[in-house]
Design a protein around this ligand. Structure first.
Ligand SMILES: *Cc1c(COP(=O)(O)O)cnc(C)c1O
Length: 224
């Protein structure tokens, strides 16, 4: 079932688009089922859950952190992840940079851009992202690799709203790529979840983050 779901989604993705299987709130067995189907890239949004899975599950799994990360949880999460997709504050960015400096690592990140209509969603506004990247090319954040943007569309059934949200983030990403040619790794556009990845693909996703369509509904009463 999980294997078939993955196969079905992969058949719809252009070859250069990466699938992050979002396994948060799902048990180890579900991750292993996806692993058996060949999936190696997974996303988690809670530090403790990510660490537990990363330690106990096969070591060739690549983990992306996709949730809100508090700076006091950094130390436990960063050793296990190949990318933090959800950098949503300057404070967090500086803390990751400091950790990279102290640990001799350059940490790949995506900047989360706020495009949704909901106030509650996290992320930077356009001018904040510009400001960070101007400082990056001037030499700040030497232990951060800026790999692109991540975003979530408004939670709605209205396709036009979702389309407009994704257009805004995709256009801004293109603008940044032109403006900062020296940021050679700045090419990822992580947009698209179970309900909206088909729309996101039309706007040039390079990463889609899909949970429910692979693993089914999450059981929030279980806290592993
Ligand atoms: C949970 C989550 C997803 C996956 O959502 P689904 O609707 O289950 O596909 C994707 N991105 C982020 C940031 C998430 O927190």
């Amino acid at each position: 079932m999980i294997g078939e779901n993955i196969e079905n989604i992969l058949s719809q993705l252009p070859r250069d688009v990466r699938l992050v299987a979002v396994s948060k709130f799902h048990p180890f067995e579900s991750v292993l089922e996806a692993y058996s189907a060949g999936q190696r890239l997974f996303g988690e949004s809670r530090p403790q859950e990510l660490c537990a899975k990363a330690v106990q599950l096969p070591q060739d799994i690549e983990w992306h952190f996709i949730g809100h990360l508090q700076t006091n949880k950094l130390k436990s999460v960063l050793p296990y992840v190949s990318m933090v997709e959800s950098v949503d504050s300057e404070h967090l960015l500086s803390a990751i940079d400091d950790w990279g400096n102290a640990n001799g690592r350059v940490v790949p990140v995506l900047l989360e851009m706020h495009v949704a209509l909901e106030e509650t969603k996290q992320g930077f506004m356009e001018e904040e992202i510009l400001d960070i990247l101007f400082r990056a090319v001037a030499g700040s954040f030497s232990h951060i690799r800026f790999c692109g943007l991540m975003g979530m569309a408004t939670n709605t059934d209205d396709e036009e709203t979702i389309d407009a949200d994704f257009a805004r983030i995709a256009d801004f990403k293109d603008y940044l790529t032109d403006l900062f040619p020296e940021l050679e790794d700045f090419r990822e556009l992580s947009i698209g979840m179970s309900g909206d990845y088909k729309i996101a693909l039309r706007h040039g996703s390079t990463i889609v983050r899909i949970g429910t369509s692979i693993f089914g509904e999450r059981d929030y009463s279980k806290t592993e």
